[in-house]
Design a protein around this ligand. Sequence first.
Ligand SMILES: [Zn+2]
Length: 361
Amino acid sequence: MAIDDWFSASYGEARAKFLAAAQAAGADLTSYPHPLKGPDGGDLALDLAYLGPPDAAKVLVTASATHGVEGFCGSGCQVGFLEDALHGGLPGDMAVMHVHAHNPHGFAHERRVTEDNVDLNRNFVDFSAPLPENSAYDEVHPWLVPDDWDGPARQAADAAIEAFIDAHGMFAFQAAVSGGQHGHPDGLFFGGQAPTWSRQAIERLAREHLRGRSHVALIDFHTGLGPRGFGELISVDAPGGPEHLRTVAWYGDEVRIPGSGDSVSAKVNGTIETGYHALLENTESTTIAIEFGTLPPEEVLQALRADNWLYLHGDVASPVGREIKRQVRAAFYGEDSQWNDDVWQRGLDIARKTVKGLSES
Ligand SMILES: [Zn+2]
């Protein structure tokens, strides 16, 4: 099978390829059905493919579609890992678990967020405590979500954003927008006011499949930031702490820390990685995100604004709706052979480094 064939044009196709490859590889399959349907009426689920001894002390976990539409990237790599037999020849105390679609609703509907407009990668906060505040987001929120996508309201919003960037710089704007916020359910990078279905499904998979191991390593696939086709490695762990030092030992000094100035990502709260660490409290856990570039940051942000406007005010089936969906997809899926190949080669290299790191731990 050619590399391009591992990648898909829809969630339904991606899921079918993943399940078929997992079955052919002899994986144990578990599915957590999602209560809603895809835009084509098809089923949605978080699917797990487990390969290796059931009681393996060490487990390599790969995850796709934390950010819905970004799942085309991770799913393609997961099908590749199954076909290419990443699980072959592992040490006897190690297993691999591929988690297909952390956020299946967002993947199927080609949105970055969950069914409740929540950024799953900001949803792993402690909801019993006061939620993190983001006053910089409060300032830019009205400009991000104008009532009209064309006309004076939009022009005024764009002018205000431009003035903010002129005054504070692009990275400050990105940090304000993407850091995560819990006060505007109709806004961007909304971390939610309760655990989403996807977070609860991840808590369940950690409970049912990962607890009691000695070491779990997570590779979480993302897209939309950085140079096209390049995969930046991002660690959200405290710099200098044992988890962060392990990622540097395994992957080298190219590991980046969000918000440090040398990463494509701003500092964020409530990430998947912190979620996995918390769920696996008596297990050593090593987590990394790979962030693959697609389009320039201004275009990606425009796509997110457009998508949010469409969600609040628009009609997906209208001409403007279809154009926005095309824009969103291009912002999070490179979808050409060169991009697919770059993603695969990088993903495979990082997966092999993870196996090596786990085996030596
Ligand atoms: Zn992402």
